[in-house]
Design a protein around this ligand. Structure first.
Ligand code: B12
Length: 211
């Protein structure tokens, strides 16, 4: 079991899509739950890569390759997950704010949260505050993640927070993107900020009171 988990993690980091599909199928056939594959195999590997990325020891292409590989494993597990193998830990609504079309960082954040067992509803890019509110209303997520890469659009984050809090004063927000700082996040009333995808899950878990 441990050996299997180690090789899943190593294969994720090696970015071998075919091998991860095969290993995931083998693990499922051997009776390993998707939860265990995620928590004991994929997530530790992804977290260690996230930490190396935070320290500047790993780079964007490695993260993107690992993300694709993780996606392949998740696709194999999807039927088992749908059957109830993994109860999502929490739900997150995520999007890049209106006026901004950057999505590479957001997609990495999504992938890290999915790796940690969150169900992520991705509203994509250039998302209006009204659209965030509509989705919030429908999905009642535990956490809302806002991304912005432009100094001209980070103000939109405050608009989204205010719009949703009018509907639910308890709504929880995590914000990020290159021009965003902790001071800015505090000023606009976000519950947390993370400088990169590697640290985002820890902050997100803290915000919603889970570990
Ligand atoms: C790639 C890129 C593009 C691509 C985007 C492709 C895509 N699919 O995303 C394209 C070419 C389309 C593009 C367009 C533009 N871009 Co551009 N772009 C970049 C570039 C080079 C890299 C961004 C990136 O992907 N970084 C890698 C990812 C992994 O990092 P990241 O996005 O910062 O995300 C990490 C963290 O910020 C954090 N994070 C991000 N989101 C979130 C969310 C949450 C909730 C959390 C917790 C964390 C978090 O975690 C991520 C992962 O670790 C940056 C320069 C730079 N070095 O940042 C300029 C940059 C962001 N772009 C810039 C500009 C000006 C533009 C344009 C306006 C250019 C133009 N004149 O048309 C347009 C914008 C159009 C629009 N309306 O949005 C400027 C912004 C300047 C500013 N201060 O506002 C930058 C800084 C370049 C520069 N130095 O001038 N761009």
């Amino acid at each position: 079991m441990n050996e299997r988990m180690t090789s899943l993690g190593e294969t994720l980091l090696a970015g071998d899509v075919e091998a991860i599909k095969r290993l995931t199928e083998e693990a499922l056939s051997a009776g390993t739950t998707p939860q265990a594959i995620l928590e004991k195999g994929l997530r530790p590997a992804m977290e260690s890569l996230g930490e190396r990325f935070s320290r500047g020891e790993a780079f964007l292409p490695e993260l993107l390759v690992a993300a694709e590989t993780m996606k392949a494993s998740m696709e194999v597990m999807q039927p088992a997950i749908v059957r109830g193998g993994v109860a999502p830990k929490a739900t997150m609504l995520l999007g890049t704010v209106e006026g901004d079309i950057h999505d590479i960082g957001k997609n990495l954040v999504k992938m890290m949260f999915e790796g940690a067992g969150f169900k992520v509803i991705d509203l994509d890019i250039n998302v209006k505050a009204a659209r965030f509110l509509e989705a919030y209303h429908k999905e009642r997520p535990d956490l809302v993640g806002l991304s912005s890469l432009l100094t001209t659009t980070i103000g939109e984050m405050e608009k989204v927070i205010q719009t949703i809090r009018e509907f639910d004063p308890e709504a929880k927000f995590i914000v990020g993107g290159a021009p965003v700082t902790q001071a800015f996040a505090d000023r606009i009333g976000a519950n947390g900020y993370a400088p990169d995808a590697g640290k985002a899950v820890k902050v997100g878990n803290r915000i919603i009171g889970r570990s």
